[in-house]
Design a protein around this ligand. Structure first.
Ligand code: IMP
Ligand code: MG
Length: 208
C-alpha cells in the first residue's frame, strides 16, 4: 500500500462546481444537471477503498451500511477492498417528505453481534449529521472495539454553520464535499425515486 495513503486523502471539493449536462439516457428525469459523473465517482472510490483497506491490516472490519441510501455505494466500494471484511446493513429512516428532514426511526435492526469488532459505518451522505450520530451512538452502546464512518458525500450547509449548528459528528472517510443542494442518484433518492442513476445529479425543485 502506498505510504501516501497512511492518512485520509484530501477530499475533492465540489462546493463551487457548476453542473454538467445530464447524460442522454437520463434526460427525462427532473434534474438541473449532473454534479458528479460515474467516472469521477469510480476514481474516488478507488482511493476510499485503499484508505479502508489499510484499516483491514490491523484486523477484519465489519462494514455496516445504512439502508437504503448506502446500498449502491457499498456495493461498489467493497468490491475494491481486498482486506478481510464482512458486510451487514442497518435500516434508519428519516421519514422525510421530498427534501424536508423529519424524525428518525429504525426500520431494520442490526442482525449481527458487533461486540469487540471493528466497525465501519457506511452511508450515502452526511447532511445535518443526525443519522450518523444516532447510528454511531447505538452501535457504540453494543460494545464494539471501534466505530469509524465512511460517507460518499458531505454536504456543506452554510446556514447550519452560521447558526452554530454544524454537524458535531465527523466521518473519517469522505468521498466528496458538495454544496447545499438536494442531490439524487447512486443510491440517493427523492421520495424513493432516482436511486438508480449512475451519477450524482442535482434535483430540479419547483422553486428553483
Ligand atoms: P442527516 O441525518 O441530516 O445527516 O441526513 C442523512 C440522510 O438524509 C442521508 O442518509 C440521506 O438518506 C438523507 N439525505 C440528506 N441529504 C440528502 C440529499 O441531498 N439527497 C438525498 N438524500 C439526502
Ligand atoms: Mg439514507
Amino acid at each position: 500500500m502506498s505510504p501516501s495513503l497512511r492518512r485520509p486523502s484530501i477530499i475533492p471539493d465540489y462546493r463551487q462546481s457548476g453542473l454538467q449536462p445530464v447524460p442522454k439516457p437520463w434526460r427525462d428525469f427532473p434534474l438541473k444537471g449532473m454534479l458528479l459523473d460515474a467516472d469521477t465517482i469510480r476514481a474516488r472510490l478507488e482511493t476510499l477503498a485503499s484508505e479502508i483497506q489499510e484499516q483491514t491490516e490491523d484486523g477484519p472490519l465489519l462494514m455496516v451500511g445504512i439502508l437504503s441510501g448506502a446500498s449502491v455505494f457499498m456495493a461498489d466500494l467493497i468490491r475494491q477492498i481486498r482486506g478481510e471484511l464482512e458486510v451487514t446493513y442497518i435500516g434508519v429512516s428519516s421519514y422525510r417528505s421530498g427534501i424536508t428532514s423529519g424524525s428518525l426511526a429504525w426500520t431494520l435492526p442490526l442482525q449481527v453481534d458487533i461486540k469487540h469488532r471493528r466497525v465501519m459505518i457506511v452511508d450515502d451522505i452526511l447532511d445535518t449529521g443526525r443519522t450518523l450520530e444516532m447510528v454511531t451512538t447505538h452501535l457504540e452502546s453494543l460494545g464494539p472495539a471501534s466505530v469509524k464512518r465512511c460517507v460518499l458525500l458531505q454536504k456543506h450547509r452554510e446556514s447550519l454553520h452560521q447558526e452554530g449548528d454544524a454537524p458535531t459528528i465527523q466521518a473519517e472517510h469522505v468521498g466528496f464535499l458538495i454544496p447545499d443542494t438536494f442531490v439524487v442518484g447512486y443510491g440517493l433518492d427523492m421520495d424513493g425515486q432516482m436511486r438508480q442513476l449512475p451519477f450524482i445529479g442535482s434535483v430540479l425543485l419547483p422553486e428553483s
